[in-house]
Ligand binder design. Structure first.
Ligand code: NAI
Length: 270
């Protein structure tokens, strides 16, 4: 059901690791809708993943960049403009990683070097991407920049660990930089708060299966799959959302507005 909503638009997609990645599905949709882009990921992830298949399918170039490294990011933005033949209209930040969560550290026993790493990779890297995009004058007017987040920024989910703080930082950066980029370049900046999704990052959270099931039962429309998230991102990159900015946009099947659902009542009444 492609509508060429992104025809003529150019951008950068961070975070496609494998075919389950939200960024992977988004790249496929953007391509179908006529958008063209550079794919990027951390050098180590490029070695482990299968991103070449995606690049081939989407006629995209791959440029490695660690999103916490300013020099990598500056090169990425300059090279992307060269490759794509002009300034950019969209950027997707689809990056998350916590060494504490990955290594099963209890919230009362965090390793603080790892905590800083979590904040840098999953939160502050968004500021770095925005700052480099601005300094290299890479964005066209009415461009759209998005990052993916999770509702653990607002509510406690015990196993989400220090990622909750990283997501709170990420969402706050979207507001602060959204103001600045709107004034300086008519660029919009938002976060999308996505349902639990079966990806490498998602399933890395302990007890993810139960968590996924609970969220599904607590969402009147059910969990939003990655494909629907990709469609939402397409809309946010299109000209139909030019004055949506500085928002945390819920994409969760109604989870965030639900107190309890019949499915949960049935489950607890057993
Ligand atoms: P994923 O594991 O496929 O993607 C995470 C990506 O981050 C990977 O491609 C990884 O290589 C990249 N990354 C890690 N460190 C990096 C660095 N230093 N520089 C550049 N890239 C780096 O998992 P998923 O789920 O597609 O994650 C994408 C985003 O969606 C993340 O921000 C995640 O927190 C968010 N999200 C995921 C949910 C889920 O349940 N899967 C729910 C809500 C939000």
């Amino acid at each position: 059901m492609a509508h060429q909503l992104l025809e003529g638009k150019k951008g950068i997609i961070f975070g496609a690791l494998d075919e389950n990645s939200i960024a992977w599905k988004t790249a496929e949709k953007i391509y179908e809708e006529g958008g063209r882009f550079v794919l990027t990921n951390a050098p180590i992830a490029l070695r482990m993943g299968t991103i070449n298949d995606l690049a081939k399918k989407c006629e995209a170039e791959i440029i490695p960049a660690d999103a916490t490294n300013l020099e990598d990011l500056a090169l990425l933005f300059e090279q992307s403009k060269e490759t794509l033949g002009g300034k950019l209209d969209f950027v997707l930040h689809s990056i998350g990683m916590s060494p504490n969560v990955r290594k099963g550290k209890d919230y009362g026993d965090l390793n603080y070097d790892w905590f800083l790493k979590t904040l840098d990779v999953s939160g502050i890297s968004f500021h770095k991407v925005l700052q480099i995009a601005e300094k290299t004058e890479s964005m066209n007017e009415w461009g759209s920049i998005l990052a993916l987040t999770y509702i653990a920024a607002q509510r406690t989910f015990p196993d989400y660990g220090d990622m909750a703080q990283a997501k709170a930082v990420l969402e706050s950066i979207a507001r602060s930089y959204g103001y600045r980029f709107a004034k300086n370049g008519k660029v919009r900046v938002n976060t999308i708060s996505q349902s639990p999704t079966m990806t490498t990052a998602g399933t890395g959270v302990p007890g993810f299966d139960v968590f996924f099931d609970y969220a599904d039962k607590m969402s009147p429309l059910g969990n939003a799959p990655a494909e629907d998230c990709a469609n939402y991102i397409v809309m946010m990159f299109s000209d139909y959302t030019r004055r949506v900015t500085m928002q945390n946009l819920m994409h969760d099947g109604g989870f965030s507005s639900s107190g309890i659902t019949e499915e949960i009542i049935a489950e607890l009444s057993k």
